[in-house]
Design a protein around this ligand. Structure first.
Ligand code: NDP
Ligand code: 2IT
Length: 446
């Protein structure tokens, strides 16, 4: 980072010293922009980076709801509307007890670049609540979602801000929130994505992030190492939406996925993960990953999810959550000769882990590039809602694949142009930033 960028970071650090996730994301992005700033002095005079790095606004609200015992429960809800220079705010809602302003600002900032990379006209935002869906009854989840939407509906709309799912928010939650939204506004507007297929959802949205991750990884493997998923051993963390569909596509492409995890531990199955069983446990029963052993006693369960990175593999796909893979984990993966680490989650790898991968010639792709398939198909859901049409699964899947391959091409080309050929993080940051910065410059100081 040059002095100018360093000063921007120092100002953020002084003001938001308690927001470590946000500062981490800001540092990672600012560290990529030195050459861009040198080439474009107008970015400095117009203070584009200073404007880009902070959200347009943050909405915070109380969510009160009744649990099954008729006790009043209170949570905090948020929507971070980060940047709308290239289109309406777009990004997921996360329900997890850890949710706070720092995490949502980090996710919102990442989303701005990710959405720019998709090539679709979407700005970036993120939201959620410190609500823990775990152990709640279906009715409790419904009442929470309705109460959450009673406040959020005032700030969103098809041309303003279009939320979707993220960690802890899947089809069930989107359905409840969309039902309440329609009730409140009295119109059918498609304002959420990830909706059910009978009320405006898109085929392929459920699979999109995991499939997209594998399309991206395949393109990277073939371009950079002349290889593919075929016969590779794959370690995947998480067992939610992203992990499950990454496992499905990686297996379809000829790889053998040997692990999945949740926050309690991981399963290891040398014969390859039985995905039908996982879907039954996670999607139907909403159970824990260790239940896998009840039907597959030959598999192993390790009650420490962090240890997953010591499992020998050729390809690692971290698909659980931020900061789940640190420098020590990176060292274990490299010692086991990993070829590529492709992020399915948002910022699962720490900055020093990423540097270690890059220094050791491991292909590394940041989530903002390789997990963009989810929001890309959300964008396609918005298009279908506007057209009042539904495309077939094959049509959506083909567009998804094209988008992911394009993202790889653009990040790779940009990294090369800026003199660091395999640095896909640099390429993604610069390509996404230039698009948003140009839109900001052309629209004046607002
Ligand atoms: P889900 O809620 O469907 O699944 C999350 C999974 O990660 C669960 O298995 C959860 O286990 C596990 N997990 C959470 N925390 C930890 C931890 N500390 N250690 C190990 N496992 C953990 O979420 P998604 O699959 O949708 O999201 C996963 C990641 O992908 C997130 O970073 C999200 O932001 C990102 N993402 C999601 C997209 C989407 O479309 N859904 C799109 C792009 C990115 P447990 O049940 O124990 O909590
Ligand atoms: O992190 C992400 O890209 C998502 N959670 C998906 C957002 C979306 O709007 O589909």
């Amino acid at each position: 980072m040059n002095e100018y960028l360093e000063n921007i970071y120092k100002d953020l650090e002084a003001k938001y010293f308690y927001q470590k996730e946000y500062l981490n994301a800001a540092k990672e992005i600012l560290s990529s922009l030195e050459l861009v700033v040198n080439q474009h002095p107008e970015l400095v005079t117009e203070k584009v980076i200073e404007r880009f790095i902070v959200p347009d606004r943050i909405i915070t609200f109380r969510v009160s709801w009744l649990d099954d015992n008729n006790n009043v429960q209170i949570n905090t809800g948020y929507r971070v509307q980060f940047n709308s220079s290239i289109g309406p705010y777009k990004g997921g809602l996360r329900f997890h007890p850890s949710v706070n302003e720092s995490i949502l600002k980090f996710l919102g900032l990442e989303q701005v670049l990710k959405n720019a990379l998709t090539g679709l006209p979407m700005g970036g935002g993120k939201g959620g609540a410190d609500f823990d869906p775990k152990g709640k009854s279906d009715r409790e989840v419904m009442r929470f979602c309705q109460s959450f939407m009673n406040e959020l509906y005032k700030y969103i709309g098809p041309n303003e801000d279009v939320p979707a799912g993220d960690l802890g928010v899947g089809g069930r939650e989107i359905g409840y929130m969309y039902g309440q939204y329609r009730k409140l506004v009295g119109r059918e507007e498609g304002t959420l994505t990830g909706k059910g297929l009978t009320f405006g959802g898109s085929l392929g949205r459920t699979e999109a992030t995991g499939y997209g991750l594998c399309y991206f990884a395949s393109k990277a493997l073939s371009t950079l190492r002349n290889t593919s998923f075929k016969d590779k051993r794959i370690v995947i963390s998480g067992s939610g939406n992203v992990a499950i569909y990454a496992c499905q596509k990686a297996t379809e492409l000829g790889g053998k996925v040997v692990t999945l995890s949740d926050s309690n531990g991981y399963i290891y199955d040398e014969e390859g993960i039985d995905l039908a069983l996982v879907k039954e446990i996670k999607e139907v029963r909403r159970g824990r990953i260790k239940e896998y052993l009840e039907k597959r006693p030959s598999a192993k369960y390790v009650p420490n999810s962090k240890d997953i990175w010591s499992v020998k593999c050729d390809i690692a796909l971290p698909c659980a959550t931020q900061n789940e893979l640190d420098l020590d984990d990176a060292k274990k993966l490299v010692a086991n000769n990993v070829i590529g680490v492709f992020e399915g989650a948002n910022m699962p790898c720490s900055l020093d882990a990423i540097k270690y991968f890059q220094d050791n010639k491991v292909i590394f792709s940041p989530g903002k590039a390789s997990n963009a398939g989810g929001v890309a198909v959300s964008g396609l859901e918005m298009s279908q809602n506007s057209l009042r049409l539904s495309w077939t699964f094959e049509e959506v899947d083909k567009r998804l694949k094209d988008i992911m391959e394009n993202i790889f091409d653009n990040t790779y080309k940009t990294a090369k142009e800026y003199g660091d050929e395999e640095n896909l993080l640099l390429g993604a940051n610069i390509f996404g930033f230039i698009k948003v910065a140009e839109a900001m410059l052309k629209q004046g100081i607002i």
